[in-house]
Write a protein that binds this ligand. Structure first.
Ligand code: THU
Length: 136
């Protein structure tokens, strides 16, 4: 279990990221943040498009940023996602698959809402029996 203060700080970082959400169509803002082993935080938000299917979730924005900035799964301590939901937010299936590719399966993932209710899972909890490189 991660210490509560660490989780709360990471949720705060995800809330900061959420403020940059570009979501004029759904008006549903989502933020994501991760803590690197070097102490740095990276941030992501959802980015929508008039061609709806081209929209990108906060989780994937963050993971693609992480890779494009030269980090990889072994640099990551914890990952968090936040949305204005009654229960802690639930990531979509596409993001779960990308999380399995770009994070270690035992990396903790905090699912939260704006009240800071949260659930703590690992990447593998969120997508059992993943399709992965071993299947190719
Ligand atoms: N969305 C995310 O960014 N992450 C989630 O975990 C759930 C959904 C986005 C996609 C879309 O921009 C909006 O929320 C409504 O589905």
């Amino acid at each position: 279990m991660i210490e509560k203060e660490v989780i709360h700080k990471l949720i705060d970082e995800a809330i900061k990221a959420r403020a940059y959400s570009y979501s004029p169509y759904s008006k549903f803002k989502v933020g994501a943040a991760l803590l690197l082993k070097n102490g740095k935080y990276l941030h992501g938000c959802n980015i929508e498009n008039a061609s709806y299917g081209l929209s990108n979730c906060a989780e994937r924005t963050l993971l693609f940023k992480m890779i494009s900035e030269g980090y990889n799964k072994d640099d990551v301590l914890f990952f968090a996602i936040v949305g204005q939901t009654e229960r802690p937010i639930s990531p979509c299936g596409a993001c779960r698959q990308v999380m399995c590719e770009l994070l270690n399966l035992d990396t903790p993932v905090i699912l939260a809402n704006l009240n800071k209710d949260y659930l703590e899972y690992t990447v593998k909890d969120l997508l059992p029996y993943q399709f992965n490189e071993g299947d190719l």
